[in-house]
Design a protein around this ligand. Structure first.
Ligand SMILES: Cc1cc2nc3c(=O)[nH]c(=O)nc-3n(C[C@H](O)[C@H](O)[C@H](O)COP(=O)(O)O)c2cc1C
Length: 209
């Protein structure tokens, strides 16, 4: 076994989807931003950073979210719900991202132009844009959940919500696809014990059997 710092492994093992939260626990915007800073450090295709975070901490807005989340109470009982949105036009970030890289001397103008050409080519296909948005925003969501666990908080990722109603209620631009909700807060009850399929059934070496 390779020697590692155990902390990250413990954090991953201890993270579970908590459904019941201490309603008296509040998070400051600074605390939320600390977690989102960790989420924002996620890797992304072409470093396009396909995520936006809509933080819902207002009581009235949480109540509006409840029926949209099919009555799942964690959206009102947790401290905040963070809607992870995927950017369907993340190619528009390329100029800024690569402009900075050129300014730092990490990239030439010529390579920047070539990369942007490749990216815009790929983004002609709506399915690519959608896949990329969901794929990359999901990585940020995972980092958010681990960061929360690392500071002693709990989370629940939620795909069970009416996306159309969410977009209408929260006035989300068609540029963004709602990927998932992540509630964050202090657990009032531990998560249900979840298990995993045997690891051996999930690993293949060199070919799928
Ligand atoms: C994309 C995604 C969507 C999920 N949607 C919901 C949801 O709507 N409601 C809920 O209570 N849990 C939801 N979960 C949590 C899963 O049920 C949970 O991750 C799984 O049972 C494993 O348990 P654990 O996270 O506690 O290890 C979701 C998880 C993921 C990754």
């Amino acid at each position: 076994m390779v020697e590692t710092s155990q902390e990250i492994f413990n954090t991953m093992r201890e993270r579970h989807s908590v459904k019941h939260y201490d309603t008296s626990h509040k998070m400051s915007r600074e605390e939320v931003e600390q977690l989102l800073s960790a989420a924002h450090s996620a890797p992304s295709s072409w470093n396009l950073q396909h995520w936006k975070f809509l933080v819902i901490d207002d009581e009235q807005k949480k109540q509006q979210l409840l029926p949209i989340a099919y009555g799942q109470k964690q959206v009102v009982e947790s401290s905040v719900t963070i809607a992870i949105l995927g950017d369907l036009e993340a190619n528009k970030n390329a100029e800024t991202v690569y402009g900075e890289a050129v300014a730092k001397g990490a990239l030439t103008e010529e390579i920047k132009g070539r990369l942007i050409g490749q990216i815009d080519g790929a983004y002609q296909y709506p399915q690519v844009a959608r896949d990329e948005a969901i794929l990359n925003a999901s990585l940020a969501a995972m980092q958010l959940m681990l960061a929360a666990k690392a500071v002693g908080l709990d989370t629940c990722p939620m795909g069970g919500f009416d996306r159309k109603a969410f977009v209408e209620q929260f006035d989300i631009s068609s540029r963004y696809v709602p990927v998932m909700l992540v509630v964050v807060g202090k657990a009032a009850k531990p998560a249900y014990a979840s298990s995993r399929l045997p690891l051996g059934e999930t690993i293949f070496w060199n070919q799928m059997l």
